[in-house]
Design a protein around this ligand. Sequence first.
Ligand code: SF4
Length: 223
Amino acid sequence: MTEKELELSCTDCASAGCGKPNGNYPEFCPTKAMSEADHESAAQTYEDDPFALEVMRAASAVSAAGFDRRWCRAEETIAFALQMGWKRIGIACCAGLMEEGRIFARILRAQGLEPFGICCKVGSVPKGRLGAQASCCDVGEISCNPLLQAKLLAEADTQLNVVLGLCVGHDTLFYQHSEAPVTTLVAKDRATAHNPAGALRAATSASFYNTMLKPNDSLGIKL
Ligand code: SF4
């Protein structure tokens, strides 16, 4: 496919003019394509949804304070929960990050919140029962169980669930099935001490990760 045939979208934009009111929009820009009525309707969507509006208010306040006070993500998560009036905080924790889960629970308690954690291996269901191939058991026989995590956190009446290092795909199911709203504290990345943005930046430099930019057939990101 030539560059011309590519479907251009925001990730191809060099101006990011939507974030600065300077009207610097590329031809393919969805903001440029919006009419006055579209702008009005985009704002109205939040005004019609009191919960969404409350979350937006809280998120904006937390983000501004976080900039100002150099909060880490854990601090912003706590500030968000406090701003929303949520005390009961679920932690959907990866079995490989239980120490981080324990520390986060201690921090939540220290800040007057009520943590309730559920480990991803809860239920001890063998991987074979959940469709895994035998070779997947080389890294452990017990499956992650995001549906049970979501169910048990719902039964515990958590008001906000925090994902702490769930695997890619297992997190997909957890986000889909969580009854409480979800935010992410840790995005699992086994290769980079859970810093996926670091690997993305490294992909354009002399690093092991620049193979990700090579054509798909030479890459080997296949099972
Ligand atoms: S909305 Fe428009 S200006 Fe903003 S990133 Fe997308 S293309 Fe760029």
